[in-house]
Design a protein around this ligand. Structure first.
Ligand code: NDP
Length: 242
């Protein structure tokens, strides 16, 4: 299997794209740590993965308010597995769709914490464990608005642009290591967040979270050599391991 003996941590793994990626990784033999803020969603994901023969554990952490719990999480991963091979910073919040002039500063801070500060802090804390892997992949989930701002997308667009930039910076600093860092832009994908952003859209008219998962398999695998690159999930929907 593609990810045999690999240890993966996926944030926002209780629903949407994170859940689909976690399931895809488990199907390929990885042990998947499911991080999210809603314990019941994580338990449902855990049950689905283990019922299908996969290996998983859950890590309930609210990335907005509980970053102080991360060192304890890292200690647990260290004691149990001794390394981390794959980190997917997927959890995200849309915030509000409103003109910047009317953007609530509290909401701004919330979006920035979940979409930007949490991936930075989590990745930094997990770096010693990623360094124990012979081929580690950090995948930061961004958005089309990361590369071109769009009216009314406020904190979400700014946070994703910063995350894409951070990825380039960090990938450069990791050039001589076995840790590759890249981004994935899912493109419009039928999830709760997409429905909130585009309430009139027929979810059947865009790919499902399962359909866009192959790019996450590719980047996590030994086949990927990219560093600091921005991959569009749409371009990789047909990718299968050679
Ligand atoms: P969902 O809303 O379905 O999933 C977002 C996930 O993030 C949920 O599991 C959610 O948990 C979790 N999350 C939110 N806030 C926190 C928090 N404070 N602490 C921990 N976890 C949290 O949306 P998607 O699956 O669509 O989004 C996944 C990623 O893909 C996001 O980064 C998003 O920006 C990005 N993206 C999505 C696109 C799309 O079309 N769907 C397009 C471009 C980018 P909970 O279930 O408890 O809310």
């Amino acid at each position: 299997m593609l990810l045999q003996d690999r240890i993966a941590l996926v944030t926002g793994a209780g629903s949407g794209i994170g859940l689909a990626v976690a399931k895809a990784y488990a199907r390929e033999g990885a042990t998947v740590l499911l991080l999210g803020r809603d314990q019941s969603k994580l338990e449902t994901a855990f049950d689905a993965i283990t019922a299908a023969g996969g290996s998983a554990s859950i890590a309930p952490v609210d990335l907005e308010n509980e970053l102080g719990a991360v060192p304890q999480l890292v200690k647990g991963v260290h004691e149990r597995y001794g390394k981390l091979d794959i980190l997917v910073n997927n959890a995200g919040q849309l915030g509000v769709m409103t003109p910047l002039a009317a953007y609530d500063p509290v909401k701004w801070e919330q979006v920035m914490r979940v979409n930007l500060t949490a991936p930075f802090f989590l990745t930094r804390e997990l770096m010693p464990l990623l360094a124990q892997s012979d081929n580690a992949a950090v995948i930061n989930v961004v958005s089309t608005v990361a590369f071109a701002g769009r009216a009314y997308w406020g904190a979400y667009a700014a946070s994703k642009a910063a995350l894409a930039n951070l990825t380039e910076t960090w990938a450069g600093e990791l050039q001589k290591t076995a840790i590759r860092m890249n981004t994935v832009n899912p493109g419009g994908t039928a999830t709760a967040m997409r429905a909130a952003a585009f309430p009139g859209e027929d979810p059947e008219s865009i790919p499902s979270a399962e359909q866009i998962a192959p790019v996450f398999l590719y980047l996590a695998s030994e086949h990927s050599k990219e560093r600091g690159q921005h991959l569009k999930a749409r371009d990789w929907m047909d990718w299968r391991a050679p």
